[in-house]
Design a protein around this ligand. Structure first.
Ligand code: PLP
Length: 385
């Protein structure tokens, strides 16, 4: 094959964004400063949240939102096994015990009908993950959380721009954590943000993200800054840089256009692959929503395909097409099996998805011809004519 390698994801960075990064570099202020503040304000407007705090990653956001709970040994946090490891890792790092709820077979989202039976007297929080940018059924989830007095930290790493029943993720509920990793729907290189309606949590994250310094200490070397600061708690180093925010300031206005193009590509996959017995295509819930289409993740049917998921990924790579694996069910990783006693069989829906899921190429700059190459490579691999 002479075709160039087609990756499964690639960020779209405008010339204006590049010029903003250069301007930032030339301004003499590279780290946390005015551009981060501006980006936070723009994010707050876009997602519809009263407070947004920019951070070095979504992992940092999950960690700080959980750290603010001051979990005691044995305290439980409920989440899903179909997520990136960071969701569970940060529960453990904050001193909690991850409790998992199996997912729905069609949407791969936490099955909210199973949530009530996972709540115990030790439960402190719920972390729903809006998988691929498809919103979890939030009304019944929040009703349960309210009834039991639980914090809800939405892992919205895939879900900036996602809407649930006409409301944007971030514009209702408790706390949301967004990611700006290069594969996500908008990027700042690495980066993330927490949106919250809880002013106390926002203050705590503002403190913990920068060493536990008690005032806007990033500005202490500037003209208007205060040269003194106090350390009121041992904090982390989770601040976002202006260099990163410079990118974000130009990514955010492009987001709705990115989602429109992602949606076109995803719908075309649905149409083109509709009658292929090799695939079970991702389903959508009945409630009104806007899918952000961060990922397009069908499940391979190994019998009809005559190969398993890993062989499919390898075969596509040999045909110059990149694919992704999001995700293997987290409870099957050695750490989680060994420390929390999870076993294969505990969450059958997640396990079936984990064994068969694959992320096909999907990014805004992908052309229709790129997508046709994906389909042709697949047809060749499956020996379909
Ligand atoms: C990417 C991702 C994270 C972590 O985001 P970072 O910004 O890379 O730390 C957390 N949860 C999910 C579901 C993700 O996809």
């Amino acid at each position: 094959m002479t075709d160039e390698f087609l990756p499964f994801s690639r960020p779209t960075i405008s010339r204006e964004a590049i010029e903003e990064v250069v301007a930032c570099l030339q301004s003499g202020w590279i780290t946390t400063g005015p551009r981060v503040k501006k980006f936070e304000e723009a994010l707050a407007v876009y997602v519809g949240a009263p407070r947004v705090l920019a951070l070095s990653s979504a992992t940092a956001g999950l960690h700080l939102a959980l750290a603010a709970l001051s979990l005691e040994p044995g305290d439980e946090v409920i989440t899903t096994p179909m997520t990136f490891a960071a969701t569970l890792n940060t529960i453990v790092l904050a001193g909690g015990r991850p409790v998992l709820v199996d997912v729905e077979p069609a949407t791969y989202n936490m099955d909210v009908n199973r949530l009530a039976s996972a709540i115990t007297t030790r439960t402190r929080a719920i972390i729903p993950v809006h998988f691929a940018g498809l919103p979890v059924d939030m009304d019944p989830l929040y009703a349960l959380a309210e009834k039991h007095g639980l914090r809800v930290i939405e892992d919205a790493a895939h879900a900036i721009g996602t809407e649930y029943r006409g409301r944007r993720i971030g514009s209702f509920g408790d706390t949301q954590v967004f990611s700006f990793h290069p594969n996500k729907n908008i990027t700042t290189g690495e980066g993330g943000a927490v949106a919250t309606r809880d002013a106390k949590l926002a203050d705590s994250i503002a403190l913990l993200r920068f060493h536990g310094m008690d005032r806007e200490a990033w500005n202490r070397f500037g003209k208007t800054g205060n040269q003194h600061y106090e350390i009121v708690t041992p904090g982390f180093k989770y601040n976002m840089m202006d260099m990163q925010a410079a990118l974000g300031l130009h990514q955010l206005p492009a987001l709705d256009g990115f989602i429109r193009r992602r949606t076109e590509i995803a719908r075309r996959y649905q149409t083109l692959l509709a009658d292929w017995p090799q695939w079970t295509l991702p389903g959508t819930p009945a409630y009104p929503h806007r899918h952000a289409w961060h990922l397009f993740t069908p499940l391979i049917n190994p019998q009809a395909a005559n190969m398993d998921r890993d062989a499919f990924m390898q075969g596509m790579k040999e045909r110059n097409i990149g694919t992704g694996l999001h995700y293997r069910a987290v409870h099957l990783y050695p750490y989680y099996r060994d420390h929390f006693g999870f076993r294969r069989g505990d969450f059958p829906n997640a396990e079936s998805i984990s064994d068969r899921i694959v992320s096909l190429p999907l990014f805004p700059a992908m052309s229709d011809a790129d997508q046709e190459r994906v389909i042709m490579a697949m047809a060749d691999l499956f020996q379909r004519d």
